[in-house]
Design a protein around this ligand. Sequence first.
Ligand code: PLP
Length: 420
Amino acid sequence: MRSEDLFKESQNFLPGGVDSPVRAFKPYPFFAQKGKGSKLEDVDGNNYIDYCLGYGPLILGHAPKKVIADVTSQIHSGTTYGVPTEKEIELAKLVVKKVPCAEMVRFVNSGTEATMAAIRLARGFTEKNKIVKFEGSYHGAHDYVLVKSGSGAACLPDSLGVPTETTKNTLSTPFNDEEAVVNLIENEGSDIAAIIMEPVMGNVGCIEPEENYLNFLRKITTENDILLIFDEVITGFRLAEGGAQEYFGVTPDLITMGKIIGGGFPMGSFAGKKEIMEMIAPSGGVYQAGTFNGNPVSVTAGLSTLNQLDKKFYSKLNQKGQTLRDGIQNILDDNQFNLNLAGLCSMFQIYFNDQTVKSYSDAKKSDVDKFSVYFHELLKSGVFIAPSQFECGFLSQAHSGEDLEKTIELIGDALKKSME
Ligand SMILES: *Cc1c(COP(=O)(O)O)cnc(C)c1O
């Protein structure tokens, strides 16, 4: 078993044997050899139908032909310049065309950088200090947002090394609870710069906003001179061409993007109204910079990917999601498994939980031991989903009808084992 040996060795050189914590699942993660389309192959010769898809970016599947060709051609002309390129304008124009709130765009290197900068921008623009996030939402690994959820009160750091001084301006509130937001704004409203949110929570499974919840947040933020930031690092270009804001018909002030926008390469981005975005350096006083910002390789991959996404693309992709979810629901019904199937468009998750999951505290009541059995059974049978109950599954264009049929059958088998 080469993966097992590699994991032993990697633990000597990489903390925990990995470069990002979620990857270190037990007893050891498989090491990737190669990806093609919907399939991922490991160094032990196993093949998986991949629903993790790099945690979301690979909406076209692994190694899509056109993207690889465009990127290869770009690499031969250089990989970073330190001066602007025409392709950055082209990609910015495409984002502006697709995303309702986007009038101007800045390209950075990750989702983490995007939310860090968007929060700084919101504070600079409003000249206020506090931000509100939702319990269980994830906005990357920087100090402002790396906090334990604590209702209403200022948040405590969720990591060693984060000063409480940094997180005391981060407030947290439960998702899908209007009254909690009303109270929070009543108490702290005059100093709240922004509410930052995942319009669909994708880092605690998959939780949709209740009917009118996003409209409510749009209205209350406008009334209180608070910026509304949609963190669409997952939902951007996933739910629709214009992301969750198009899908739900609610336009925020700022959007943060990542994952899909880099077409499988590292990139993040934030965008919004011109009057706000123009406060970013060098046109304004809110500092943001990066050696690899607007990197030509990532920008090329992003352009190549986004150019392939249109209405027809999403209706086909979402149909695949529906087929998968319908198949899973049938299994749940046929076996009288009282579990909660979540998901929309090309996202899905099964909560090992007999209650509807509307918030972080609901999600936390799920049976993670049963999930772990389900995950390992799937892995054994050749289906790779993210190894945590609190992640979400994704589909790509590359997933075939045959993949889905096989997956539904294997999910049935795995569920039966996990429910024994
Ligand atoms: C993944 C993610 C991030 C962080 O993006 P990175 O590129 O991993 O830094 C931020 N917000 C959301 C909603 C995400 O899913």
